[in-house]
Design a protein around this ligand. Structure first.
Ligand SMILES: [Zn+2]
Length: 175
């Protein structure tokens, strides 16, 4: 009788236990990381990511510089078209990512993705600082209204849209 109970328990456990699809190690649902080829343990996923990290040191430099320049140009264009920033910003982000992918020959690493995101932010900052300065000037000469915030708002929207667009494109999470 005791034996039967034990067997049932074992069976239940087998059903619940997840196994890593790579090394076969039992993993809890909390530890399990879903991948296209099934659940994996944390160790295997980390190892896999190391293999995918194919970037070279110069890639980060190029990633940062290119993303900064493209983002700055994009923010310049966006500054002339007001509302249509919502169209230009994602396009600028994608363009930055695509040029970086081309220059780095599609090498990948998390640090490169971060460098590109940082570059897009850096590229958008000069105009944000410029707009802040403008607001300050308008304020000091008394020609200040709520509309004075509009250009700054567009510059910020630009970053909010361009940064994720660049990141998704370079990291390949959306293709
Ligand atoms: Zn594993």
């Amino acid at each position: 009788m005791a034996n039967t109970t034990k067997n049932t328990q074992n069976q239940d456990q087998d059903i619940i236990t997840l196994r890593c699809s790579r090394c076969g190690k039992p993993i809890t649902p909390e530890e399990a990381i879903q991948t296209p080829t099934g659940y994996r343990c944390e160790d295997c996923v980390k190892q896999q990511q190391k293999i995918f990290d194919t970037s070279q040191p110069l890639d980060f430099v190029w990633g940062l510089i290119i993303a900064t320049i493209v983002s700055f140009l994009g923010s310049l264009i966006a500054s002339f078209i007001g509302f249509f920033t919502v169209l230009i910003a994602p396009a600028a982000g994608v363009a930055a990512a695509e040029i970086v992918r081309w220059v780095t020959q599609k090498r990948r690493s998390k640090r490169l993705f971060k460098a590109v995101s940082a570059g897009v932010i850096l590229g958008g900052l000069p105009l944000i600082i410029f707009e802040l300065f403008q607001i300050f000037q308008w304020f000091s000469v008394g020609s200040f209204s709520l509309f004075s915030f509009l250009p700054l708002t567009y510059r910020i929207i630009y970053l909010i849209l361009a940064v994720p667009a660049a990141h998704y494109r370079i990291s390949g999470r959306r293709r």
